[in-house]
Design a protein. Structure first.
Lengths: 374, 558
């Protein structure tokens, strides 16, 4: 008899013995564990439907604007670091495994394993955010910002901004420090409950900075490889970009571009204002034949800026979902540390698992749509 | 879950139908016992107070508009203030009143009782929905008091990006976002409750039609509202960061905003009207003392309306710029929605035929609904037809049309429902004679207000204008007189309801002779709704329900 069968047998016994009693984990308005579990599950699936529809608006916007200006998406996608995206995809996939494992551990009353698996999921989420922080700060530093904030190469005198990464890392640093204090307290008081909660939280906090380190290492490697011409083949339009990325000192790269950018900016502005005057949408269309050699029209607020708007909106809303997931997983760790879950009551772990898989799933769409265009 | 697990006992009604000593209203006392309650009935009552207050606020704005339009120019509001007033009238009425009115207030109170359960599936989520609604209300009041929103309730870009009232746009869009989640959670809760918590014997086709309507509404709330959420979120990002997705200056497309907005806001029209139709199905049957005609057709037509409602949003945008084929397809699909709506009206009339009609207050509101909703529905056809809509678009014809549906339909049904279930909710009977007077004044005032607007619109009076040509003045004045009549009728209805709390008779268990489960428990219901699982039968079988003079209400013959 396997462990699961034993537990199922246990369920039946339990059920027969305490037919009309309401255990603490069963809400008063439910008749039995099955009804409570079914309700929670259906509720979570409906919530996931709303989540899909919530993201669908942004996927529609993506499809619309990519269809309208495919060359912009191709050009801008080359600014995204595929390695970092791929690593994050792997990290999230792995976290889905640990989450699914956690559900099994909850069903089998393996409390220690459950805490460990939830902790691993939390850690993966933190690594993901750490890598994302490097990606965001790196783009912000070279002015690849959404919409009207987009400044990359439009302004020749524009120097690199620094300090975004430090800024983004402030809150995680504070949270990690608090987790560290909590862990010290937990080990000082020798409370098993607090150790079980504080341990995974501290590890997750450290994982974030591990992710940051990893991201920075790979980002530097990418720049180095570009600098040595390793990326040149088929990427002639990178020249301008690489001018910015390669040279540690941006001053001399900026001069020729500023002229170029100024010209194209006026041309584009004329086109845009003409289109607006006609009452339609500005339609600065670049024919597919120009795709291979995108002109600098692409590199302006209404073109690349729009791509980065979509990029930040989609990945940003996704990151908010990761953070939301981390909060509920922490809540699960607290419950798991109290050993609340068993074969009749594991609905919360199961449902958070479903949510976590959806967040993973959305990223699996975002990664190719944003990073792997070229 | 198996049926045999649970005890099936006789219904708990007794021969001596006394006012219960313990019920949900006096179950516990103190402010916190209400503020932190998980009881769906208390949450429903709090919603009822909330939506009625919002309605009063929105109604005050409506009267301000009508008084301003008494003269063809130089009204008492400045043009800028006028823009803000009609914006807030629309936004408050749509987001704070109509959408939560029937589902969140009456639905919350009635759904578990009608279904025969102790509560909704997720009571804490239910309470958080209410507080999200309160947060939305606060954000709207902020938008109102800080600067004043002037975009129209639709927040069309690029005006909403460019207007000087940026703070108000942000507060209001965030308010809409929060209210959207309130609505989603309510819908989610109801779907789960109906799916998993039906007691033994309560099969899908023994559910009262009100629950079918609420179920269909919930499907729309869950599927459409998230799209509004992301739309207003992108609009906020547009205002804060200038992301450009809807901004033509940055190569964004404002028509995309309209598509996104109406993808929610057209189905939202059915969020407003479907539960109202559910109320009418109950009222028709109970007050005609006759089983509902065509039960299954009404149930299916609710679901059909919910599904068709997702395919017709483009008819709001015939003049915004769409491909010809798209407009023709949207126009054709629009006509299909009229079929399930007409099925319902036909079945209600079929229910009345050869019934024993009690002309009391709820029934009069129900009759007013059928009359007004039919006018509203039929005038929708020329708006769905391309050739006529080109002329009627953005005129008073549209204003009159959707007021006939939203106000003549939803509000009147809501009032009918409030009167119908008032004895159940409060345990008090209202003054039926005064209630009848209020229904008549509302009906007359309503038609006086909005019939002239059809004429105005067909003659070319555009909507949202603060001034107009002198030749429109008589019709506008007629409309203003009507609006004041309507306002006084509504005020009378409120007074009748409030008076009942002071000196109303104690309500019997079943004052109207209904056969659905809510009439089986006491008025007001006990804290847990049913002390033991209720016996579920045909919700429209009136054959063994008789009037008993001793209790002043109806009892079930056993």
């Amino acid at each position: 008899m396997t462990a699961i069968q034993e537990n199922l047998a246990h369920v039946v016994d339990d059920h027969a013995d305490h037919h009309h009693e309401h255990p603490s984990w069963l809400a008063h308005h439910f008749d039995d564990a099955e009804q409570q579990y079914d309700s929670g599950k259906l509720g979570m699936w409906l919530f996931l439907v709303t989540e899909v529809l919530f993201f669908s608006g942004m996927f529609c916007a993506y499809a619309l604007y990519r269809n309208r200006n495919p060359e912009v998406f191709e050009f801008c996608s080359s600014f995204l670091n595929e390695k970092l995206g791929a690593i994050n995809t792997g990290v999230l996939l792995f976290s889905s495994l640990t989450m699914a494992w956690a559900v099994r551990a909850a069903q089998l009353r393996q409390h220690q394993l459950l805490v460990g698996m939830l902790g691993a999921t939390l850690g993966c989420a933190a690594i993901f955010l750490g890598v994302k922080a490097v990606e965001y700060s790196h783009k912000m530093e070279i002015g690849l910002l959404p919409g009207k904030l987009y400044v990359a190469q439009l302004d020749g005198a524009h120097g690199p901004h620094k300090g975004y990464l430090e800024f983004i890392c402030t809150v995680p640093a504070i949270v990690t420090a608090l987790c560290a204090f909590y862990a010290i307290y937990a080990f000082a008081t020798k409370s098993l409950f607090h150790q079980r909660v504080a341990g995974p939280m501290l590890v997750a906090g450290l994982c974030f900075f591990g992710g940051v380190g990893l991201g920075q290492y790979l980002e530097a490697q990418e720049e180095a490889s570009k600098g040595h011409g390793g990326h040149a083949a088929g990427h002639e339009h990178h020249a301008m970009v690489d001018g910015h990325v390669d040279h540690g000192s941006h001053e001399h790269a900026a001069a020729p571009e500023s002229v170029h950018a100024a010209e194209t900016k006026t041309a584009a502005e004329i086109a845009a204002s003409a289109a607006t005057a006609m009452g339609g949408t500005p339609n600065v269309y670049v024919s597919p034949t120009e795709l291979k050699t995108p002109n600098a029209d692409v590199n302006q607020r209404s073109m690349a800026g729009l791509f980065f708007s979509i990029y930040y909106c989609m990945t940003g809303v996704h990151a908010i979902h990761i953070i939301g997931g981390m909060i509920v997983i922490t809540w699960l760790i607290v419950k798991a540390a109290r050993e609340e879950f068993h074969e009749q009551y594991f609905g919360p772990v199961d449902n958070v698992g479903l949510y976590w898989h959806l967040v993973d799933f959305i990223w699996i769409y975002l990664f190719p749509l944003l990073y792997l265009i070229t | 879950m198996s049926v045999v697990d649970r005890p099936i006992t006789a219904p708990v009604h007794s021969e001596v139908d006394s006012y219960p000593e313990h019920h949900f209203l006096n179950h516990s006392k103190g402010f916190l016992s209400w503020a932190l309650t998980l009881d769906h009935k208390r949450i429903g009552l709090m919603y009822l107070v909330g939506v009625m207050s919002s309605f009063a606020l929105g109604g005050a704005f409506a009267l301000m508009i009508r008084i301003h339009l008494w003269n063809f120019k130089d009204g008492w509001l400045s043009n800028q203030t006028y823009n803000q007033v009609f914006t807030l009238h629309g936004a408050i009425m749509v987001f704070l009143f109509i959408i939560p009115s029937v589902p969140a207030a009456l639905g919350n109170f009635l759904l578990p009782v009608m279904l025969g359960t102790k509560d909704v599936a997720f009571p804490r989520l239910n309470l958080s929905s209410f507080y999200l609604w309160v947060t939305g209300l606060i954000l709207f009041l902020t938008a109102l008091s800080v600067t004043g929103l002037d975009t129209g309730w639709t927040f069309y870009t690029p005006y909403s990006i460019e207007t000087q009232q940026g703070g108000a746009v942000l507060a209001a869009t965030f308010g809409v976002f929060v209210l959207g989640f309130s609505s989603i959670f309510t819908g989610l809760n109801f779907i789960v409750t109906i799916n998993t918590m039906r007691p033994p014997g309560m099969t899908w086709f023994r559910m009262p039609l009100f629950l079918w309507a609420i179920y269909a509404t919930s499907i729309i709330q869950v599927l459409a509202t998230p799209v509004l959420g992301i739309t207003v979120l992108l609009l906020s990002a547009e205002r804060l960061l200038g992301i450009g997705i809807f901004d033509p200056k940055l190569n964004g497309d404002p028509v995309t905003f309209q598509h996104f907005f109406w993808f929610y806001s057209h189905p939202a029209v059915y969020i407003m009207i479907l539960p109202a139709m559910g109320i009418i199905s109950e009222l028709m049957s109970v007050h005609c003392h006759k089983g509902i005609f065509g039960y299954r057709m009404i149930a299916y037509s609710s679901i059909a309306i919910a599904l068709f409602g997702f395919l017709v949003w483009g008819h709001h945008m015939f003049t915004s710029g769409m491909a010809d084929v798209t407009t023709i397809v949207f126009s054709a699909l629009t006509f299909t929605v009229s079929i399930p709506s007409a099925i319902k009206v036909f079945n209600w009339l079929g229910t009345m035929y050869q019934g024993t009609v009690s002309l009391n207050t709820p029934m009069l509101y129900a009759l007013a609904f059928i009359f007004l909703f039919t006018i509203g529905g039929l005038t929708g056809l020329p708006l769905g037809a391309l050739s006529t809509d080109m002329h009627f678009h953005d005129t008073y014809f549209v204003v009159a049309h959707f007021h006939y549906v939203m106000m003549g339909g939803t509000l009147v049904a809501f009032l009918g429902g409030v009167f119908h279930w008032w004895p159940k909710m409060t345990g008090r009977m209202f003054n039926d004679k005064l209630g009848i007077v209020s229904a008549i004044i509302v009906f007359v005032g309503f038609n006086l207000t909005f019939l002239p607007q059809f004429v105005l619109g067909s003659r070319g009076m555009p909507r949202r204008y603060a001034t107009y040509l002198p030749e429109f003045q008589p019709l506008h004045q007629l409309s203003t007189i009507g609006s004041i009549t309507l306002g006084s009728g509504l005020l009378l209805a409120l007074i009748v309801l409030l008076m009942s709390l002071v000196n109303g008779k104690k309500a019997p268990r079943n004052p109207w002779g209904g056969a659905t489960l809510e009439w089986m428990c006491s008025s007001p219901p006990p804290h847990d709704n049913f002390s033991s699982a209720p016996t579920v039968g045909d919700p429209y079988d009136f054959s063994n329900i008789e009037y008993d003079g001793r209790v002043g209400g109806y009892v079930k013959r056993t």
